[in-house]
Design a protein around this ligand. Sequence first.
Ligand code: NAD
Length: 377
Amino acid sequence: MKVAVLRERDFGESRVAATPETVGKLIALGADVAVESGAGALSRFPDDQYAAAGAAVVPSAAEALRDADILLCVRRPSVAALTGIRPGALVIGTLDPYGHEADIAALAQAGVTAVAMEFMPRITRAQVMDILSSQANLAGYQAVIEAAAVFERAMPMMMTAAGTVRPAKAFVMGAGVAGLQAIATAKRLGAVVSATDVRAAAGEQVESLGAKFIMTDALKDASGTGGYARELTPDEQAAQAELVAGHIAKQDMVITTALIPGRPAPKLVTRAMVESMAPGSVIVDLAGERGGNVELTVPDQVITHQGVSIIGYTNLAGRIPTTASQLYARNLLSFLDTLIDKKARTLAIDWEDELLKATVLTRDGAVVHPNLAAAAA
Ligand code: NAD
C-alpha cells in the first residue's frame, strides 16, 4: 500500500495534505509513503521532517506517484499531473466538482477513483474527517486577524492615563462554523460583537459566545435540511436588508460568512450599505469563492471603497497554512484509517460504506456520484 503526497500546484495554495505527524501514523498502519520534495515547505514542514517520520522524499511528482495506490491532495490535481499513477488508485482531496464536471470526467477517464472529502456526510462518525469544518473554523479565525491588521484602530476598550479608547464594534453575518469562530475571535480581541443568521437555532449559539443576536420578527426561521439554511423569499430578503442596513452603518468591522448549499452566496451587503460605514471600517467577505456576500467584493483582492476596506481572500485557511495543514491532514488520516485492514496492513475498502458512497465521484472509468453522473451521461 503506497501513499503519495505531492507539492500543491494551484497558485497560492500553501497547504499540504499530509504532515510529518500523519505520515508517521500512516506508516504505522502499514503504508509506504512517498513525499515529493518541497511538498510541505510552504506549511513549514521541511523534507527532513518527513524523512525522519519514515517517508521516502523523492525529487519529482512522477516518482512519488509511481505505483501509488493513494494520492492525498488539498486541491483537485489535473490529469496531466497524475501521469504514472496506477489505474484504480484513490485520489483523495477537496475536488470541488460543481462547475468543473469536465475535470471530474477526465479523472474518470484517467482510471482513478476520485474521492471528494467535502462531500463527507456530517454524521457523528465522520466529524473527525470533516474538512469543511476544520478549514471553515480556521477561516473564521483568520478573517478577524486579517480585519484587525487592516483596521487602523485598537480593538479592545482601553482605559489609559491618556484617556479611554472605545472598543471596536464587530458584526458577523452567518453564524455557522466560520461565523461562530469569528465571533469568538473578535470577542477575545475585545470587540463588542453582534451577529445574525437566518436559522433561529443559531441565536442561542451566538448568545452563548457573549455576542448579541440581531434578528427581526419579520424574518421567519429559514432552516433548511441538514442544519443548513434555505434561500430566503423576496419578502424575507427585504426584511433582512432593512434590518442590516440600520445596524451595519454603526459597525467598525463586518465579517460575512453566509452560504446556502448548492446556491450562489446570498448578497447581503449592498454598495449603499458599504457607503454608510465610516471610513477606516473593514469588511471581510468569506463567501468570495461563491460570488460573495458583499456587492463590491473582488475575489482574492483587498479593495478600498470610500475609505472602507473590503477583503475578499478566498482561501483564508491557506493563510495560516501550518495549522490548516495539520488539521486537514488529520481529517484525511482519519478517513484513510477506515479503509485499511489493520491486521493485514493493506487496503480493504467497503464500497458500500456510507462514507464512500457519499464521497466517491469516479470509479472504474466512470463518473458514479449521483449528483454528477447525470451531467456526465
Ligand atoms: P454554511 O457554511 O453552509 O453557511 C454559513 C452560515 O450562513 C449558516 O449558519 C447559514 O445559516 C448562514 N446563512 C445562510 N444564508 C444567510 C443569510 N441570508 N443571512 C445570514 N446568514 C445566512 O454553514 P456551516 O458553517 O457549514 O454550518 C451549517 C450547519 O451545519 C450548522 O447548523 C452547523 O452547526 C452544522 N454542522 C454540523 C456538523 C456535524 O454534525 N458534524 C459539522 C459542521 C456543521
